[in-house]
Design a protein around this ligand. Structure first.
Ligand code: FRU
Length: 480
């Protein structure tokens, strides 16, 4: 297919060419953010999986690196994580980077014994440049569970051991190890809790503080069964005592309600910051999206927190502060009241499809923010006050006939009970990410407009007043 440079984002990572899915092995090491990813370097659709690799000083300027891990006699290289083995528990070397990933064997799969996915190790002694697979692989063989994958490993300081969070079909299984090589089963979670419209994949487990108290968040990606169809990221808030995860309640919650954030997990080794990034697509149509010569981007990195609303504790996601370093000159309008459609393109100095829009109001009413182009295409981001829902409508935002599953309008509940709000939108050629109510409701959506969406209109059936509207072009300079 002809190249589509118009869909190439400026500040989201994309591989130069070929297929990408999940982010893998995210770890901060000696001043560099590492991002590995599910990668098929021979094609534009999913195939024998490798770990691609990219590095960044700030998570917003990425440099693609040579492939880190390629398939071998044990199988394809599926998703997993990476740790810094500061105390050399595994014996590969002090401060070795160790990747813990799933080997997926198509040959074993043909035998039909449900034992074709198992966990393996690789290590790097040169800061992630080159990797050696451990000769004793696999380190966690499969007991006969058809989906047995995506290990997320981190050091559990109270228990002084490694804890692996593993997706095991319809539940999470926790394992522990003193040395990354020998694993003991600790417990299972979730068979009857949360959303189960599909298989559980790509989990994560980490602590976060709220009002001086530590909670544990368990992320469980789900495919299909997401709130707007297909793949999505659910989470549980609870406690983890080093052995067992106990949720605060049984309510299903979503880290991102939009159709296009999946397999999101967090970086290891980032101190008190908890930094999240996902794959910006959906298994329902990822293999058909009209980009070339690459397929898929990551989301922007997001800093996670917790917030209490009523008696519920929710995860919040906010764009990382590093994104501010991309900001060009902002244009800001104050105290704007709209009812009839109002074209703000000139007043907001809108000229690019790579920008950030922020809107704040003391009273959130119905509104539609319409991002348009010369071809008459429109992407609409808005709020439906009666339904108490944010929405993103891409049904008229360009190409959508590549898959019947590329749905038009996605909705998300407003969880905040405040009268006013602040909304932040990140636009980058072919994607929009909405952060509402300081990251309490998040939606990510991709779209394929035939011309850049640079015009901005605002309308509001009820009438709405905005204390501030701001448009900031975003420019990514290459990684130094
Ligand atoms: C999630 C996933 C993982 C698996 C990988 C294979 O998108 O299905 O469960 O490890 O992708 O590419």
């Amino acid at each position: 297919p002809p190249a589509t440079p118009q869909y190439r984002p400026a500040y989201h990572f994309t591989p130069t060419a070929h297929w990408m899915n999940d982010p893998n092995g995210m770890v901060y090491y000696q001043g560099t953010y590492h991002l590995f990813f599910q990668y098929y370097p021979q094609g534009m659709v999913w195939g024998p999986m490798h770990w691609g690799h990219a590095t960044s000083p700030d998570m917003v300027r990425w440099q693609e690196q040579p492939i880190a891990l390629a398939p071998d006699s044990l199988g394809y290289i599926f998703s997993g994580s990476a740790v810094v083995d500061a105390d050399n528990t595994a014996g590969f070397g002090k401060n070795a980077l160790v990747a813990i990933f799933t080997h997926h064997s198509p040959e074993e799969e043909k035998k039909g014994q449900n034992k074709h996915q198992y966990q393996s190790l690789a290590y790097s002694l040169d800061a992630g440049k080159t990797w050696t697979k451990y000769a004793g692989n696999p380190v966690l063989p499969n007991p006969g569970i058809v989906d047995f994958r995506d290990p997320k490993v981190s050091w559990n300081e109270p228990a002084k051991q490694w804890v692996m969070t593993l997706a095991t079909k319809d539940r999470i299984t926790f394992y522990s190890s003193p040395n990354l090589k020998e694993w003991t089963k600790l417990s299972e979670f979730g068979e009857k809790l949360g959303a189960h419209g599909g298989v559980w994949e790509c989990p994560d487990l980490f602590p976060l503080m709220l009002n001086g108290k530590t909670y544990w968040v368990l992320i469980v990606n789900l495919n299909p069964g997401g709130p707007n169809g297909g793949s999505a990221t659910q989470y549980f808030v609870g406690q983890f005592d080093g052995k067992t995860f106990t949720p605060l309640n049984a309510n299903t919650k979503w880290a991102d309600y939009g159709p296009d954030e999946y397999a999101g997990v967090t970086w290891n080794n980032t101190g008190n910051r908890r930094l999240f990034l996902g794959w910006m697509s959906n298994w329902e149509y990822a293999n058909q999206v009209p980009t070339s010569p690459w397929r898929s981007a990551t989301t922007i990195p997001r800093e996670l927190g917790l917030r209490q609303v009523g008696s519920e504790i929710y995860l919040t996601s906010q764009p990382v502060s590093e994104l501010r370093t991309l900001a060009g000159k902002a244009t800001t309008l104050q105290n704007i009241t709209v009812k009839a459609p109002t074209d703000l393109t000139a007043r907001l100095n809108s000229t690019t499809d790579k920008h950030r829009l922020t809107l704040s109001t003391k009273q959130l009413n119905d509104f539609e923010l319409v991002l348009g182009n010369v071809a008459g295409e429109e992407l609409i981001v808005g709020y439906d006050k009666a339904a108490k829902q944010y929405f993103i409508d891409r049904s008229k935002a360009g190409k959508n006939n590549f898959s019947p599953k590329f749905t038009g309008r996605a909705t998300a509940p407003r969880l905040s009970t405040a009268a006013g709000t602040e909304l932040t939108l990140y636009l980058d050629a072919a994607s929009v990410e909405l952060f509402a109510d300081q990251g309490l409701t998040v939606m990510t959506s991709i779209f394929f407009a035939s011309k850049p969406l640079t015009s901005i209109k605002l309308r509001s059936a009820q009438g709405s007043t905005w204390q501030q509207l701001s448009n900031t072009p975003l420019v990514a300079k290459p990684a130094s």
